[in-house]
Ligand binder design. Structure first.
Ligand code: NAD
Length: 269
């Protein structure tokens, strides 16, 4: 067996899954050790390369994550909260680093990941790009520097297939803004407004979500004061960005102690 870490891609037929398969195959420092899809998916048993309309890769798609993880050192998982939570116990058993890009996790889900992280290296981020992680740090700094007269709003836009709102990235940015301003994020959080809402509550952080077409991901953090406005913006135009961040995290995690890490740890921000 080769010394390069073997990586399993969960949800291999998904928008992110296919991107991850391509990026892992192209990376000189890792090898594709497994491709997993949900039971009943029509790719099960097919060669992952030909299923993606490319040359055969010599690896069949399976619906058994444990089988795929035998002999693998990492699993990259951009799927659904339910799948991610179940997988976290299996990756701890298999001693594979678990990279989680899945969003829409509840507090209860995250508590289960914390429990799994007592025995496994988990890296989880609502956004794996360097730019967004840097933006969270900038958001925190700007929120700390401006006084409470500047209202904070987060606006995000994504493609029509996205199932959760606000996005994991919008929540990361909102949490960073709350931390910078010394607010309790849960108390400050205001989801999309509708109807007679009354005036804006001081200390709130509002979230708005746009869904349409093939938008990869756009986020604005708005600091709106009297007579001026500061807008911090990130625009993702290629999902490969998230995949490359996930690969970096998978390599970073190889020699780490068990724990629940974020992309800020990986990027040293
Ligand atoms: P998608 O629906 O295209 O892909 C999800 C895949 O998971 C599907 O192919 C589905 O069949 C598969 N799946 C479902 N159950 C499974 C199971 N039991 N075993 C194996 N595979 C299973 O979605 P997507 O656009 O690729 O996004 C996936 C997740 O990643 C979402 O939560 C999204 O918000 C998130 N995301 C995160 C980032 C980031 O940087 N963190 C970036 C983009 C997307």
């Amino acid at each position: 067996m080769s010394d390069t870490p073997g990586i399993v891609v969960m949800g291999a037929s998904g928008r992110m899954g296919q991107m991850l398969v391509r990026e892992v195959q192209a990376h000189p420092g890792m090898r594709l050790a497994g491709a997993v899809e949900r039971p009943g998916h029509d790719w099960i048993g097919k060669d992952i390369g030909t299923a993606m309309n490319g040359p055969a890769a010599g690896l069949r798609v399976t619906d058994d994550p444990l089988e795929a993880m035998a002999g693998a050192q990492g699993v990259i998982d951009f799927t659904t909260p339910q799948v991610t939570v179940a997988l976290s116990t299996l990756s701890a058993q298999a001693r594979a680093v678990h990279i989680i890009g899945t969003t829409g996790l509840t507090d209860e889900d995250i508590a289960k990941l914390d429990a799994a992280a007592r025995h496994a290296v988990i890296v989880r981020a609502g956004n794996m790009s360097l730019g967004v992680n840097l933006l969270t740090q900038l958001t925190k700094q700007v929120a700390a520097a401006l006084d409470a007269d500047f209202d904070i709003e987060v606006v995000e836009a994504h493609h029509r297939h996205k199932v959760d709102a606000p996005s994991g990235t919008a929540l990361m940015l909102g949490e960073a803004a709350a931390a910078g301003r010394g607010l309790d994020f849960k108390q400050s959080y205001v989801a999309a407004r509708d109807g007679i809402t009354g005036a804006r509550a001081p200390g709130s952080i509002g979230f708005s979500a746009i869904r349409g077409g093939d938008i990869v991901g756009e986020h604005d953090v708005i600091f709106a004061g009297a007579g001026e406005r500061i807008v911090l913006r990130h625009v993702a135009s290629d999902r490969a960005l998230f995949a490359r961040g996930a690969l970096k995290a998978a390599l970073w995690g190889q020699d780490k102690m068990p724990g629940h890490y974020s992309m800020l740890d990986v990027l040293g921000l």
